[in-house]
Design a protein around this ligand. Structure first.
Ligand code: PEP
Ligand code: MN
Length: 277
């Protein structure tokens, strides 16, 4: 990766720990596990998730949704932002939400702890440059057909415009087999940990598209050295307005995290207790 200057590892032990809040970091010894619905649907949905006291360190939920069809649910927009903001204040859990366009950055900044760049925007260079101007952490998801080198250089765009707080996320890439929605590239996770000093998360939900495959790949990702996970869960997964087929129940989500404990220990990592007050 000869052109990567700022995100490239300077030496073998060079790793960056990104500060999400004063008590939550990613890239250190502790894993960072983010859970929540694909899209924020209602206050009741988010209250139920928050009150479940899941063993997670971050809550996700899209309010601006990049959908394949323009006729599909596009997210609640600003109404969703009010819900996200209320839940964040009430329960003290850091929130991660997707930013699709430059003009949304300003709206999201006061209410989100991490701004996510979705797969479809990984090479939206103007958006990446604009996110380089802020100092909040950016969670950059791998493009659905992006090479590892393109992924690293997308992160370099953000870093070179001034924001070093970047978290990478492998979410599966397109391949010939439609059995799974995408193909989870764990090789890329190991490679990214060797090439860059940035934390690397894995999203087994979008990688597989099937809820019964999520836990196994989540365990594999932690064993492979990922710094955390992003997983979709919902109080009524079958009723999710988007990505229902890959969404876990809250019970399955909690069970999954517990099943990671011995795997985390085996690779000298630990799972922090939930952050919620
Ligand atoms: C998401 O995380 O909500 C999402 C849309 O994922 P991706 O960009 O990886 O498809
Ligand atoms: Mn989704």
């Amino acid at each position: 990766m000869k052109d990567a200057k700022l995100v490239a590892k300077a030496h073998a032990n060079h790793t960056s720990e990104i500060v999400i809040t004063p008590t939550v970091t990613v890239g250190g010894q502790q894993l960072f596990i983010v859970g929540g619905p694909c899209a924020i649907e209602s206050m009741a949905q988010m209250e139920t998730i928050a009150q479940a006291h899941l063993p997670i360190q971050g809550l996700r939920g899209g309010i601006y949704k990049p959908r394949t069809s323009p006729y599909a649910f596009q997210g609640l927009g600003e109404v969703g932002l009010d819900i996200l903001s209320a839940i964040r204040q009430r329960y003290g859990l850091p929130v991660v939400t997707e930013v699709m366009a430059i003009h949304q950055i300003e709206k999201l900044l006061p209410h989100a702890d991490v701004l996510q760049v979705g797969s479809r925007n990984m090479q939206n260079f103007d958006l990446l440059k604009a996110l380089g101007e802020i100092d909040k952490p950016v969670l950059l998801k791998r493009g659905l057909a992006a090479t590892v080198a393109e992924f690293v250089m997308a992160a370099e765009y953000i870093a070179s415009h001034g924001n070093p707080n970047i978290i990478l996320c492998e979410r599966g890439i397109r391949s010939f087999d439609s059995y799974t929605r995408n193909v989870l590239d764990l090789g890329a996770v190991v490679a990214l940990k060797q090439i860059t000093h940035l934390p690397v998360l894995v999203d087994p939900s979008h990688a597989t598209g099937k809820r019964e495959l999520v836990a196994g790949l989540a365990r594999g990702a932690i064993a492979a050295g990922a710094d955390g996970l992003m997983i979709e869960c919902h109080p009524e997964p079958e009723q999710s307005v988007s990505d229902a087929r890959q969404t876990l129940s809250l019970e399955a989500m909690a069970e999954l995290v517990h099943s990671l404990i011995p795997i985390a220990q085996a690779v000298n990592r630990s799972i922090p207790s939930p952050v919620m007050s």
